[in-house]
Design a protein around this ligand. Structure first.
Ligand code: GLY
Ligand code: MN
Ligand code: MN
Length: 430
């Protein structure tokens, strides 16, 4: 792991939160992700499943966590099954968690090797009346790939058809929605690494640079700060490319007079940061570019004020729509007539601002969370309004990461990253 070891109190506390929600006599199982193949003997870099990570800190493939708070054997109330390691195995396969290191990471005392799982799990299931299975209930999840968790669920249903089955996902969404101080610190570190990347760019960007050169500068800065790299596929979109919301080609040359939209964030210890900034290629915004920039900035500042305990996200998104509507009228992009005659299901402002304003952020960039409940202190959201005008070859989005706080405005984890148009220009021309 590139990151420093995390305080195991985080995982001990998350497990306590999970087990407090379980029905009596049940157990819960969480599987790691597979290492996904490419072809021949190539594989993708490993990415741990965020739930086993949140409950144990185990960042290693072929791992299983079982929580069984009512187990008659106290040693079986929380158990990790890990891929066996030894001095010999370490020579061939590199460092894997020893039982002691797994304890230090997770706070879990009982650690078995994976080959013991079938026998011990059978014993545990004989004592349990039901099992919590961990399905992916993220609303935007859309994949045909069968995960290690999916295979496990199939097998459990086949081998133990008489057990009651419960959903782990809603409990995990609740736990992961609200970040504790250890997590906020990790997310702050991710944001600080992103800041270092942005500052590096302000002295680098000039007419003629290629989008991929900008991506390379960021990758360099992220990696030298103990990040694995980008938290999500980076968007480095100059000129009209900024109007393609998921532009990830990053293969064009940046032209004098264009603005570059950078939606780029570093990860740290598997926590995402998620930033968008817009930078004039030649170091100076035109009057029109600045007008649009400041309109987005105004919406962002006003929207952030709404990220306080009690806000309902659906209402928030409507209010941001109204804020945006006003700005688009001022910019001459939509008219009052357009608003009067608009389709309520697709209001006029959506022509220039067609995505949501905020999402949960954490171990996943589009993190799981309690979308339908009033927001609470400790939740972390992005705030990312944008205006996209293909006919002007201009797209502006501004995005920061904010922690909801009790009875005060949210804390901006990106408050030190240059945002005002004049500050960006000054730094580019320093
Ligand atoms: N970078 C992805 C997003 O802003 O949601
Ligand atoms: Mn983003
Ligand atoms: Mn985002």
């Amino acid at each position: 792991m590139k990151y420093d070891r995390i305080n195991s109190e985080l995982y001990i506390s998350n497990r306590a939160k999970f087990t407090a929600q379980m029905h009596q006599g049940t157990l819960a199982v969480f599987n790691s992700n597979d290492i996904y193949p490419v072809s021949a003997d190539s594989t993708m870099p490993f990415q741990q499943h965020r739930d086993i990570l949140a409950l144990s800190g185990v960042d290693q493939e072929e791992s299983i966590l079982v929580l069984f708070p009512g187990a008659s054997n106290p040693a079986h109330r929380e158990v990790l099954f890990l891929k066996e390691t030894s001095d010999l195995i370490a020579i061939w396969e590199g460092e894997k968690l020893t039982k002691q290191a797994a304890f230090e990471t997770s706070g879990i005392k009982t650690v078995y090797w994976l080959q013991q799982f079938p026998t011990i799990f059978k014993q545990m299931m004989a004592e349990a009346s039901g099992i919590y299975l961990n399905t992916n209930e993220h609303l935007r999840a859309n994949t045909e790939v069968e995960t290690r968790e999916d295979r496990f669920i199939k097998k459990v249903k086949q081998d133990f058809p008489a057990h009651q089955v419960f959903k782990a996902a809603p409990i995990m969404h609740k736990i992961r929605s609200i970040k504790n101080d250890i997590e906020i610190e990790l997310m702050q570190r991710a944001c600080k690494i992103t800041e270092a990347g942005v500052r590096r760019l302000l002295g680098f960007i000039k007419p003629g640079v290629w989008e991929y050169e900008i991506e390379a500068e960021l990758a360099h800065e992220f990696l030298r700060n103990r990040s694995k790299g980008f938290a999500y596929t980076p968007i480095v979109a100059s000129g009209k490319n900024a109007c393609v919301l998921h532009y990830i080609e990053n293969n064009q040359q940046c032209k004098n007079g264009d603005v570059i939209l950078l939606d780029v964030g570093a990860e740290y210890a598997n926590y995402s940061s998620d930033l968008t900034r817009c930078i004039p290629v030649n170091g100076k915004f035109t009057t029109r570019q600045k007008e649009v920039y400041n309109a987005v900035l105004h919406v962002k500042k006003e929207a952030e004020k709404l990220l306080v305990p009690g806000t309902i996200m659906a209402e928030y998104h409507k209010q941001v729509g109204c804020l945006m509507e006003e700005q688009l009228v001022n910019l001459g992009l939509i008219s009052m007539e357009d608003i009067k005659t608009q389709n309520p299901d697709w209001p006029a402002y959506k022509k220039y601002f067609m995505h949501g304003t905020s999402h949960f952020l954490g171990l996943d960039t589009h993190d799981v969370g309690l979308w339908y409940e009033p927001i609470q202190a400790g939740m972390v959201f992005t705030c990312e309004p944008g205006i996209y005008i293909p006919e002007e070859g201009l797209g502006i989005r501004l995005e920061d990461d904010l922690v909801v706080q009790e009875s005060v405005a949210p804390f901006n984890l990106m408050k030190d990253i240059p945002l005002e148009a004049e500050e960006i220009e000054a730094l580019m021309n320093a």
